[in-house]
Design a protein around this ligand. Structure first.
Ligand code: GRF
Length: 207
């Protein structure tokens, strides 16, 4: 059974998709051990509690320095003995120490087809604003492993979504979530939980 931790900052619709997929049996061999937020007001924490999942907040505001916050975050994550950490709209940069410790055990959902509209500064609505500005006709979402770069780790799954005439960033964001993010994030977790990743992603093949 894959012991999963989900890290969130906001509304948690991707978290909800994962919870629903576990409850419906679309994800097997995985359970959510805890949901961790940097933001005490994140609605994602309420979603977790409603489903009997441990929900905790580690806020940077409670610490004197970034280093102390990173230390506390890592300590909290370690305490759950997680096999997989899912970044589902987690807006805090993951400390390098944590990335090295959990190499190939941290995945992220990004709301574009990487390598388009990703990297520093591309988060939330900004991604969709940039896609509309460029006039792309297809966008989508990507699930990838997290390495020490920004949105630069190995890609696990992608799904394309059409951009339609008259789209606003908000409308496009919603379509990308509904048609891509909420599908490929649960799918990637199920694949990892069931050992279905291609050999190049398997932990034993990565030094
Ligand atoms: C999603 O668009 C995700 O791709 C991005 O942050 C957003 C989180 O939304 N990384 P939610 O909190 O899951 O509703």
């Amino acid at each position: 059974m894959l012991n999963v931790g989900v890290m969130v900052s906001g509304g948690g619709t991707n978290l909800q998709a994962v919870i629903d997929a576990i409850e419906s049996g679309a994800i097997t061999n995985a359970k959510i051990r805890a949901v961790i937020s940097n933001n005490p007001g994140a609605y994602a924490l309420e979603r977790a509690k409603k489903h009997g999942i441990e929900a905790v907040c580690v806020s940077p505001k409670s610490f004197k320095s970034r280093e102390e916050f990173h230390g506390a975050l890592l300590e909290k994550v370690d305490s759950y003995e997680l096999d997989l950490i899912v970044l589902a709209g987690f807006l805090v940069t993951i400390p390098g120490e944590m990335i090295r410790k959990y190499q190939n055990q941290i995945i992220n959902i990004h709301p574009s087809l990487i390598p388009s509209f990703c990297g520093v500064g591309y988060y939330g609505l900004k991604v969709h604003e940039a896609a509309l500005r460029r006039g792309v006709k297809l966008t989508g979402a990507t699930v990838h492993f997290v390495d020490e770069g920004v949105d630069s780790g190995p890609i696990i799954l992608q799904k394309a979504v059409e951009v339609l005439p008259g789209d606003t960033p908000e409308v496009l964001q919603r379509r990308v979530m509904e048609e891509a993010e909420w599908k490929i994030l649960p799918k990637a977790i199920d694949m990892i939980a069931n050992g279905e990743l291609e050999p190049e992603f398997r932990k034993e093949n990565i030094e």
